[in-house]
Design a binder for this molecule. Structure first.
Ligand code: HEM
Length: 167
């Protein structure tokens, strides 16, 4: 446990939200459940696209699949971020002191960078490598790398989230 926190983190912990998160028996577990439902939606939707980028299910167009799943991935943040911030408010100074929390945030940013690079570079050429003819071949190495890195990063984020309870 850290000494009594001051500043913005102390104010967050002392806020009505922070107090309610610590004191109302069902609030923290309820919010944590929302966080996990969001994580399920995020990881489930991203993983099917990542597996397609690795070369599985090539009878499906990667562009059609992306159009179907990515809005769900984006929408999942509406569940994940507010619930994460609510849990953060309960023990803000402990979370800030935790190396696992810093690693988790860094990994989330890295996953964002990986997705942004994929969309601005590799996905732009999808009309070539995702055409019906070209789908007989595995996707290009940059698409396979983006899929593999995305899976590894999101699995690591989930592991760090779970480890927060211990470190
Ligand atoms: C974006 C992807 C994210 C994923 C995949 C993720 C994953 C997880 C997982 C698996 C848990 C453990 C749940 C449990 O043990 O029951 C967790 C807990 C938590 N997450 Fe996230 N998280 C994400 C984003 C965030 C964000 C943006 C915040 C905001 C600050 C956050 C803050 C927390 C906090 C405070 C906990 C509670 C730890 C505890 O009470 O033990 N998470 N997260």
């Amino acid at each position: 446990m850290s000494p009594a926190p001051g500043g913005a983190l102390g104010a967050l912990e002392a806020s009505g939200l922070g107090q309610a998160m610590r004191q109302w028996l069902w609030l923290y577990p309820g919010v944590e459940t929302v966080h996990i439902v969001g994580i399920g939606l995020l990881f489930g939707s991203i993983a099917v696209l990542d597996l397609r980028l690795l070369g599985f299910s090539r009878h499906l167009s990667a562009r059609t699949l992306a159009k179907h799943v990515l809005p769900w991935s984006a929408g999942s943040f509406l569940l994940i971020v507010p619930s994460g911030l609510m849990m953060f408010s309960a023990h803000a100074s402990d979370f800030i002191d935790s190396p696992v929390f810093a690693i988790k945030m860094g990994l989330i940013m890295a996953a964002g960078v990986n997705a942004a690079l994929f969309h601005t570079i590799t996905f732009r050429t999808a009309d070539v490598w995702d055409s019906e003819e070209m789908r007989k071949l595995p996707p290009p190495p940059s698409a396979r790398a983006a899929g593999a890195i995305s899976l590894l990063l999101w699995i690591s984020v989930i592991a760090c989230g779970r480890l927060l309870a211990y470190f």
